[in-house]
Structure formats: structure tokens, C-alpha cells
Design a protein around this ligand. Structure first.
Ligand SMILES: Nc1ncnc2c1ncn2[C@@H]1O[C@H](COP(=O)(O)OP(=O)(O)O)[C@@H](O)[C@H]1O
Ligand SMILES: [Mg+2]
Length: 309
């Protein structure tokens, strides 16, 4: 068995003439938390649905545990859990009924469902009073947690979560991430999509996707190193009035990229020596500190350059 649980090879998915996924290749290692990032329409959901075997590739290949997903549905179905971006529980059924229904889709026996339901409810710390309740009456956060229970019920080793925290409260997001970490510690492989850069920081590796293509793939730290040879520097003005003038001078000297962040100027110098001269000359106007690049910085630069330098 290879170390890669997923191998995607030159995958293209078309809807009519439109290429939603355009010849992408990557692999996911067993046990890692793998994050897919990209704007709406980038092709994240299409990629997930193809890896799960719900959509067929137009060309290319997806292997899970060495099995081609197009031809090995029966072998792979029990290994995969998929929490779709759209809410898929039945709103008029109770939580318990939804969970039994989810289990029946995997031909689980009632007593096995009961046992596993107990385990997953305990895992997410589900309050007992919710279990008999009708789903539509529950809060958005609890609904997401129940969708996660349904996804984990058959104990899949590979768990796909498509924007699991979109639109949920900060508390739910924190709770969700605590669970994702624990799933990963228990040896599960997690493949998720998110819009939140802070969540991307928690992933072992991330892919940045744009218009059906992968524009970068690495660990958060690796991406930062790849895209920023030089750390960004934050400039703190001694008087707020100095900000505009300092930016204008930095830009006119062609020292690198600059961006205003609140009262500060954030600069990405082309070379540190020239920046230092500039800073010495202006030392009565600002002081500065080297910072580390954020994933937002990486994403912007990747989109501008169409890939790593
Ligand atoms: N079943 C479909 N038929 C036609 N176009 C689709 C279909 N599913 C997705 N698309 C299009 O493919 C592109 C990628 O969609 P999607 O994979 O959902 O992106 P993401 O999840 O990154 O927001 C979008 O332009 C979307 O409109
Ligand atoms: Mg999507």
C-alpha cells in the first residue's frame, strides 16, 4: 500500500463545453488534513464529487487506495464519508431517524447503527435532548454536527467535508476543528474545502485552486516560503499623517509591493538592503518590524502570478 490514499492524475471534468476541472494532478497522504481553497466556482466541489465517484472524469484518473474510483464503487463506498456542501439531512425527520436512514444507505444492521450512533454522538458531544428532536428545529451549528455524525456513522477512513463550517458561528467553527484534529489523530484522512484562511493554516497541506486549475500545493509554511523569499515588513508611522507620503515614496522608488493595513503600511521589498536605506532615511517617520506572510498574502500573489515563482 502506498503512502498516498488519493492519487489524482491529470483529471478533467467538463459540463458540456465548460471545463470545471482542467487537468489537475495531486495526491493526498494517508492521515493528513488536506485543504482545498479557492473562490466560488473554482472547481472544488466538482473535484470532490469526482474523487468520491459521484461524477465521472471526462479524462484522467482518480485512485483511492490504488483502486480506480470509476470502476471500484463497491470496494470504495465503505471507505469514504462525504459531507456535501448542500445540507442533506431530512428536515422533517428526527435526528435519530436521519442517522438510521444514513446507516441504511450503507446496509448497516440496526444494532450496528445503534452502537455507532452512540459512538459518534459521544464523539461530537451531542446533547441528549437533541437526539429525539426534529432536525428543522435545531440551530445551524447543531445541524452541521449531525451531518458530520451521519458522515462518520459507517466509520469511513477517508472523510470529505465540503465547506463544513460555511456560515456557522465562531464557536461551531472551533468545535468543528477540534473534531477534525481528533479524527486526524485517530488515523482518518480529512479532505476539506474552506473559504477561511485561518482554517487553511490548520491543514497539513493545501491546494489553491483557480478556474479549474491548481495554482499552488504545499504546506502552509512551504507555500509562504515558496511565494515570499523575503518576509513582509510592517511599517508603523510615528504620526498617522506620514502614511500616504511614505507609501508614495516607497512606490516611486520601485522598492517592491506595498499595501495599507489600517494605520500601518505593509511592504514586500524586492531586496532588504534597499529597504534598509529607505528606512534609515525615514527613521523619524516610522519604525518597522519584519513579519511573516499570511496565507492571504500567498493567495493574492499566487492569483496575480498564476502560480509559484
Ligand atoms: N452539474 C453542473 N452542470 C454545469 N455546470 C456545473 C455543474 N456543477 C458545477 N458546475 C460549474 O462548474 C464550476 C465549478 O463549480 P464547483 O465545482 O461547484 O466550484 P466550487 O465548489 O469551487 O465553488 C462552476 O462554474 C459551476 O457553475
Ligand atoms: Mg463548492
Amino acid at each position: 500500500m502506498t503512502n498516498n490514499i488519493i492519487e489524482v492524475k491529470n483529471l478533467t471534468v467538463r459540463f458540456g463545453n465548460f471545463k470545471a476541472v482542467d487537468g489537475i494532478s495531486f495526491s493526498v497522504k494517508r492521515g493528513e488534513i488536506f485543504g482545498f481553497l479557492g473562490a466560488n466556482g473554482a472547481g472544488k466541489t466538482t473535484t470532490i464529487r469526482t474523487i468520491c465517484g459521484i461524477l465521472n472524469p471526462t479524462s484522467g484518473q482518480v485512485l483511492i487506495d490504488g483502486h480506480d474510483v470509476s470502476t471500484s464503487t463497491a470496494v470504495l463506498k465503505p471507505k469514504i464519508g462525504y459531507m456535501s456542501q448542500k445540507f442533506t439531512l431530512y428536515p422533517d425527520l428526527t435526528v435519530r431517524e436521519n442517522i438510521y436512514f444514513a446507516g441504511s444507505l450503507y446496509n448497516m444492521k440496526r444494532e450496528d447503527i445503534a452502537k455507532r450512533a452512540r459512538t459518534v454522538f459521544d464523539f461530537i458531544d451531542m446533547e441528549e435532548r437533541h437526539i429525539g428532536g426534529v432536525v428543522k428545529n435545531l440551530s445551524g451549528g447543531v445541524k452541521q454536527m449531525i451531518a458530520l455524525c451521519a458522515t462518520l456513522l459507517h466509520d469511513p477512513q477517508l472523510v470529505f467535508l465540503d465547506e463544513p463550517t460555511a456560515g456557522t458561528s465562531p464557536k461551531t467553527r472551533r468545535d468543528f476543528w477540534r473534531l477534525i484534529k481528533r479524527l486526524s489523530e485517530n488515523g482518518k484522512t480529512i479532505f476539506l474545502t474552506t473559504h477561511y484562511m485561518d482554517e487553511a493554516e490548520y491543514c497539513d497541506r493545501i491546494v489553491l485552486m483557480d478556474k479549474g486549475s491548481i495554482i499552488a500545493c504545499d504546506s502552509p509554511e512551504g507555500l509562504k516560503k515558496e511565494f515570499f523569499k523575503q518576509n513582509p515588513i510592517e511599517l508603523y508611522m510615528n504620526k498617522p499623517d506620514y502614511l500616504i507620503g511614505v507609501k508614495a515614496e516607497f512606490d516611486s522608488l520601485g522598492l517592491g509591493l506595498s499595501a495599507v493595513f489600517g494605520a500601518n503600511l505593509r511592504v514586500f521589498p524586492n531586496d532588504y538592503e534597499s529597504f534598509k536605506k529607505f528606512a534609515d532615511k525615514n527613521k523619524e517617520k516610522f519604525y518597522y518590524k519584519e513579519t511573516s506572510p499570511s496565507l492571504d498574502d500567498v493567495f493574492l500573489k499566487a492569483l496575480k502570478s498564476g502560480g509559484a515563482k
